[in-house]
Each structure stands twice: as C-alpha cells, then as structure tokens.
Design a protein around this ligand. Sequence first.
Ligand code: ADP
Ligand code: MG
Length: 236
Amino acid sequence: MVEVRNIYKSYGLTRALRGVSFTVPHGNFMVLVGPNGSGKTTLLKVLSGLTRSEHGSVAIDGRDIRNDSSQVRRRTGVVLHQNMLYGELTARGNLNFYAQMYGLRNPDERILQVVAQMGMTAHIDQRVSSMSHGMAKRISIARALLHNPDVLLLDEPETGLDEEGIEILKNIVIGKNEAGIRKTVLMSTHNISQWLEISDRVLVMAAGRVVHDGPSSMLSAASLRKVYQELVEVER
Ligand code: ADP
Ligand code: MG
C-alpha cells in the first residue's frame, strides 16, 4: 500500500506539488495521468526518496519513507526517466552491482531470471552505453524488479519500448509476487487508453493537485478524456 498525505514540493517559485493526498491500496495498479508540468515526475521522485518534499508524509507498506528509508527501498522498485545504469558496465555488470547493494542471496540466478523476463538474454553482456533507448529501458525495468519488490513506482516506463516491451511491462504490472499477491503499482503515462483496461484506479493531476481519483471500471477511455479535459481546464 502507498499512502500519500498532503505533499507540498516547490522548486524556487514553482509550486510543483500543492497538497497531494491519495492511497494506492495493496495489490492495486494505479495509473497517473496529467498534462506536462502537472507534477507527476516530482511526485514519483518524492515517493522514491529521490527528492524531499517540504511538507506531508509518504508511507509504503506502513513504513514512513523518511524514518524507515532502507526498509522502504527493499520493498520498492523504481523506474524513472534517468535509467540509473552505468553506461560503461554491461547489463549483467549493472545488475550485479544492484544485487550486491540489495544483498541478494542468489544474484547470478536472479539476474538471469529478470533479464530473461525482459527478453534481453541475448544482450546480457552488452554495455549499456551501446544499447538503444528501449533496450536500456528494459534493463532499467529488470533492475527495478531484481529484489522482487512489492511496490513499483514507474514514470512513463513505456517510453522507448516496442510493442513486445509494452506487453512484457503489462504482465509485470499485473504480475504477482512470490506469495501470489499482486504488486502495488503507481505508474504515470500519457497513453491512458493503453492502460485503463488493466488498471484498478486512475489518478488525474493538474497544476500540482489531484483533480480526480477513482476506480478505472467507472470510466471508458472516452469519458475519461472528457473528465480529464474539464478538470485540467479548470485548474489552468
Ligand atoms: P510532469 O512530470 O507532470 O510533466 P514535473 O513533476 O516534471 O511534471 O514538473 C512539475 C513542475 O515542476 C513543472 O513546472 C516543472 O517545470 C517544475 N520542475 C520539475 N523539476 C524541476 C527542477 N529540477 N527544477 C526546477 N523546476 C522543476
Ligand atoms: Mg514527467
């Protein structure tokens, strides 16, 4: 579960987040949409501990991200725009580095597993710097899955992925953990129609605020587009 309470975050005079609150229930897949500059990336950075908010709190599986950051990191997998990979290392080298950081018990086996899951076995010993954007994105997703987190925070993860890559990603966000429980996923996208059907909830942001938070089943892509336009216009 992800619980976000009254988050405020500014960059100088720019108020990127202005009192954001919502909950992603355990095992739910929540899609985050909103126009450019509405605060999606900032929100995901705050949730993943990359940026500090000035106000408010975030709890992941009941643990405060500030007071319990190492426990939170073990439970959370993050894919942001920066792929957080070392270009001069191979895919395997990168994953080895992260496996050590997480103290994984069978790193070699687990690395083969996540690389195969992402359809990148043939490229496991290729340097990341020589990979296409989509290939590096696949390795970045493999990195986020490495420690089998219960919670995934994904910022437009389909960017650069081909159709097969997107299918793999779909299986991941509706996938189950070792205990057979679905992961809790918060994912931003500009392609709502691609994700609406398999998502549980939709969160719409505009100008640093949540303007809609509800179940996906209530919405068709067309009605969501209408709601979206109205809500986003009002905030502007
Ligand atoms: P989104 O991901 O929805 O497009 P962002 O979270 O990236 O939105 O940006 C929200 C607002 O914060 C925008 O006005 C943006 O210009 C500003 N912002 C984001 N990151 C920075 C930064 N590092 N420095 C200054 N302003 C930033
Ligand atoms: Mg963004």
